[in-house]
Design a protein around this ligand. Sequence first.
Ligand code: PEP
Ligand code: MN
Length: 366
Amino acid sequence: MNILPTQEWGLGLGPITHISGPCSAETPEQVMETCTQLSQYPVDILRAGIWKPRTRPNSFEGVGSIGLKWLKDAGKATGKPVCAEVANVKHVYEALRSGIDIMWIGARTTTNPFAVQEIADALQGVDVPVMVKNPVNPDLKLWIGAIERIYNAGIRKIAAIHRGFSTYDQTRYRNMPQWEIPIELKQQLPDIQVICDPSHICGNRELLARVAQKAYDLNFDGLMIESHINPDKALSDAKQQVTPQRLGEILAGLKRRKPNPDSPQLETRLEVLREMIDDIDHKLIQTLGERMKIARQIGQYKRENNISILQSSRWRELLVDRLAQARQYELSDDIMKYIFQMVHKESIRHQTVVMNMPEEKEKLEG
Ligand code: PEP
Ligand code: MN
């Protein structure tokens, strides 16, 4: 594949691309004001969602085509290229007619090869850059497939956007970053630039700077971060949007580390593995928390039925079962026995609290 980097898109972009703007265009004033403020900071491309793919109907589904004009006007006023999401052929035609400089394919669309192919067919013979978000599910082939469909339509100005992957588990992220996937994408398509979208990974403001820094540390080629003049009042993704000023602070606070020239791959690998360990630890704690919640329910049940807390036969059986399972993962009997003794101790503590001091239960659950 011969994919052109952002510097060769003819839009005056450098090797690192910062994209920002509201999740959704809401009013002409909101788009213009957000974009004007953003232009004071190192933002290279302005964004706004025009048609919004919402999980459930009756949420705000975007202002529609009229928003394209508001966005383009903001681009003209600030001298910056603008980008919008397209999810079907009609969107493509309307975006082209409005002079939108860059289109992106959203995560839900990337999951559907029929939809991507229709968009690719509509783009045949058109010279417009396209950014392809990862599919909602962690499927690298599907992501590459979408990029190939756009490429096969003759488009060479392509970038990828990493916005994290959906999971049913409750995690600290809205969408798990699974950094190993975009890194593998880079391995397989070395020409493609990958831009990280911390907003949709985090789903909140608090983690944005950390995820953006991680993307820098892993040598991503840019960031897409949502911003709004009044984030709390945003009609979509309110929790994750920041003011343009806050975006400026986040960008100013990022450190660009020089990759170790002797071992850039090694460092990246190490970063990814560490992030995976962090995620697993987070899940371990969460799982323990859930286990204790059930222990409290057991405590409640025992209390109501006047059953004693400690039942040694159950505990012995449990230990035998857990150690046998642990052996399959080459975990040592001694260490596992110790860990389970500690887990059991903590369970007993939770049960005791519920049995002796029901009012304490409220505190624990709160
Ligand atoms: C968005 O960028 O506003 C959006 C809808 O993103 P995603 O497709 O990543 O969910
Ligand atoms: Mn959004």
